[in-house]
Structures are given as structure tokens and as C-alpha cells.
Ligand binder design. Structure first.
Ligand SMILES: NC(=O)c1ccc[n+]([C@@H]2O[C@H](COP(=O)([O-])OP(=O)(O)OC[C@H]3O[C@@H](n4cnc5c(N)ncnc54)[C@H](O)[C@@H]3O)[C@@H](O)[C@H]2O)c1
Length: 338
């Protein structure tokens, strides 16, 4: 239970994911989590009103200007299409509201830089919504990291006609890019990538190989046109293989033990130990929003900063360039226009 007055919050953008933010704020409100869902904003008035009615009868507004004029909130989630993150984030921060901006932080690095500069100038708390960082399986893996050297990452989902303003790299792969950047902690040295549009005009499936200065290599496959849903990250580090399932929220660690001194050498396979670290089930979005509210309350740096959002975006945009280069080199671009 939290004793300070509940923080009044708004959700800006009442689409598929904004509705999830509203649901979680309302759940936290009902659980006495120090927050009150005060407003929903969307240029589609019926949509804003429907989400407001579904989650406790918050006020609904058709624009940021109306929200700001009402003075009903102190913080807001920004869940509008990525191309509008800058305009919406800027208007909110300039009005003094703290913001949780959905991933990807922005559509371009220039826009990301502007958001970072506005947050600094206005002294607002600004977090980016890389929610997999809050996945309990990712949290349980952090203390296990030694020297990760090889990653295989798969994020496959079935096609839905949403987030089509961006390609699969900015839509899905960016989650894993952010997590791997956080795990490896070394600059990226080389990027190789291939990607194809399948059902939308943008790249729907991509495969990427990153090599880091540390020598670590990471392979990523992301698809939004798959027949199955898979979200797995697996990696090797000296004497260990770790398998993380984002969806099931579990982690399995295989370690090869040392030969005991003086004992006859036993085959490595007989020295493999398998451990499943305890992972407490928790919705990543709920953990992310709680962490944002903690930062708002304590006026401290958020757990995932806009700078980290920019870092993941920069890598994603670099990957997009490599995909374009590959598609021209192989004449894929021409084939796709047939
Ligand atoms: N963290 C995740 O796992 C995750 C998952 C899905 C989407 N997202 C992100 O959430 C954001 C929204 O995605 P979505 O799938 O909900 O999109 P969506 O298209 O379903 O919804 C976007 C909503 O924003 C509204 N909108 C547009 N301009 C607006 C403005 N200026 N002010 C207020 N509302 C405005 C639209 O009318 C629409 O209702 C995107 O940035 C996306 O990348 C994140």
C-alpha cells in the first residue's frame, strides 16, 4: 500500500496498446498502487470514451490541448503511433507532465534527440517503454551474466494489421536489440541483415547478425507473418548455455561443472547441471508502469531512460539501412515491386 496521494495519470492513444496501459493503471488503482487513471485521450472521441468507460469512468478528451487545459493529470503514457511520439511527447512535457513513451522512442534519431532535450529542459521524468526489460525472465537472467559470446534470438508473431507504420525491426526486433545491448554491454562492431516485405509494404521478416567489440555474436530473427508465436532468447557464455522464454517467463541454465581434483577425468556431458532459477510471474507492462510511477514519485532517473531508447533506435535504424543495402545488392527491391 502506498500512502502518498495517488498520481493522476492519462493514457494518450486509446488503440490496442493504449488500452493495455489503461487496464494496468486501473488495476493498480484498484489495488491501492498510488495511481488514479484520470483521463484517456484520442482524436477518435468514441474510442477514448469507450476505453475510459471500460476502466473506471476516467475523463475522455480528443486532444492534448484539452487534457492540459483540464489540469487533471500529472503524468501520461504515450501510446500513439510512433510517427506521432515526438509531437505528443513534446506537448505533454512542455505542459510539465512526466511521460512513459512507448517503444520505439521515435521514428528518427533527430526526433529522439529532441525528446531527450525537451525532457532535460523541462525536468520531467521520461521513460521509454522497452517492457521486456521488466519481464521477470529477463530480470532473473541479469545476475547470471558473465561473458555472453553467442546469442540466438527469435521473436515470431502472427500477422495483425497494427503497427504497420513501422517495419518488423522497429515493431518487434527492437525489444530484443534493447535486451541484448543491455546484456552484452559492448559497442556493436558489425551489422549484417536481410529482410523482406511479405504481407505489408514494409519489411515483415528480418534476420540480423551483430558482432560486438567484445567478440560476441548475436543472431536475431523477427517475423510478424509467422504461423506460430515464439519469443525466445538463448545464449552461450563460458561453460554455460542459458535459455530464456519471454512468453512462458522461464529461464533454464545448463552449466558444465569442473572435474573434481584428483578424480579421473569424466566426460563433460556427465558434468552438465540443469537449474531453473525461480522466476516470479508478473506482467511486464505492470512492472514497467510500477517502475515509471516509482520514478515519478521519487523524482529519480527511470529504469529505462530515453538515452537507452535512442541507443536501441540507432541500432534498429542501422539494421534498416543494411536491409536496404542487401535488398539492392541482391535485386530483391526490384522483385518486390513486381
Ligand atoms: N511495448 C510493446 O510491446 C508494444 C506493443 C504494441 C504497440 N506498442 C507501441 O504502442 C504505440 C501504439 O501502438 P498501437 O498498436 O496501440 O497502435 P494503434 O494504431 O492501435 O493505436 C494508436 C491510437 O493512437 C491514436 N492517436 C493517433 N494520434 C494521436 C494523437 N496525436 N493523440 C492521441 N491519440 C492519437 C489513434 O487514434 C489510435 O487510437 C506504438 O508506438 C507501438 O510501437 C508497443
Amino acid at each position: 500500500m502506498i500512502s502518498s496521494p495517488p498520481i493522476p495519470v492519462a493514457v494518450v492513444g486509446a488503440g490496442a496498446f493504449g488500452r493495455n496501459h489503461a487496464r494496468v493503471y486501473r488495476q493498480l488503482e484498484e489495488a491501492g498502487g498510488g495511481v488514479r487513471l484520470a483521463a484517456i485521450v484520442d482524436p477518435l472521441p468514441a474510442r477514448a470514451a469507450a476505453v475510459a468507460a471500460e476502466f473506471g469512468g476516467a475523463a475522455s478528451f480528443g486532444s492534448i490541448e484539452e487534457l492540459v487545459a483540464s489540469g487533471v493529470t500529472r503524468a501520461a503514457s504515450v501510446a500513439v503511433p510512433t510517427i506521432h511520439h515526438l509531437a505528443v511527447g513534446r506537448a505533454l512535457m512542455q505542459a510539465g507532465l512526466d511521460v512513459l513513451i512507448e517503444k520505439p522512442l521515435a521514428a528518427t534519431l533527430g526526433e529522439a534527440d529532441e525528446l531527450i532535450a525537451i525532457a532535460k529542459r523541462t525536468g520531467t521524468i521520461a521513460q521509454v517503454g522497452h517492457l521486456e526489460r521488466f519481464n521477470p525472465a529477463v530480470q532473473a537472467t541479469l545476475p547470471l551474466l558473465s561473458t555472453p559470446m553467442f546469442f540466438e534470438v527469435h521473436r515470431l508473431s502472427v500477422f495483425t494489421p497494427r503497427s504497420l507504420d513501422v517495419d518488423v525491426v522497429l515493431d518487434l526486433m527492437i525489444h530484443d536489440l534493447d535486451v541484448v545491448l543491455c546484456f552484452v554491454r559492448s559497442p556493436v562492431k558489425e551489422v549484417r541483415a536481410v529482410g523482406l516485405p511479405i504481407l505489408s509494404p514494409r519489411v515483415d521478416i528480418a534476420n540480423v547478425r551483430l558482432e560486438f567489440e567484445s567478440g560476441c555474436v548475436a543472431n536475431f530473427t523477427a517475423s510478424r507473418v509467422s504461423t506460430e508465436r515464439i519469443r525466445k532468447l538463448r545464449f552461450f557464455q563460458p561453460r554455460q548455455y542459458i535459455s530464456l522464454d519471454y512468453g512462458r517467463q522461464d529461464v533454464i541454465v545448463f552449466s558444465v561443472g569442473e572435474n573434481s581434483p584428483g578424480a579421473l577425468a569424466s566426460p563433460a556431458s556427465s558434468r552438465i547441471q540443469m537449474v531453473k532459477p525461480a522466476v516470479s510471474a508478473l506482467e511486464p507492462l505492470r512492472a514497467e508502469i510500477q517502475s515509471f510511477l516509482d520514478a515519478v514519485r521519487s523524482r529519480s532517473e527511470p529504469a529505462v531512460t530515453l538515452g537507452e531508447g535512442r541507443r536501441a533506435l540507432a541500432l534498429a535504424l542501422n539494421i534498416q539501412e543494411k536491409i536496404t543495402e542487401h535488398s539492392h545488392r541482391t535485386n530483391l527491391a526490384a522483385l518486390n515491386t513486381l
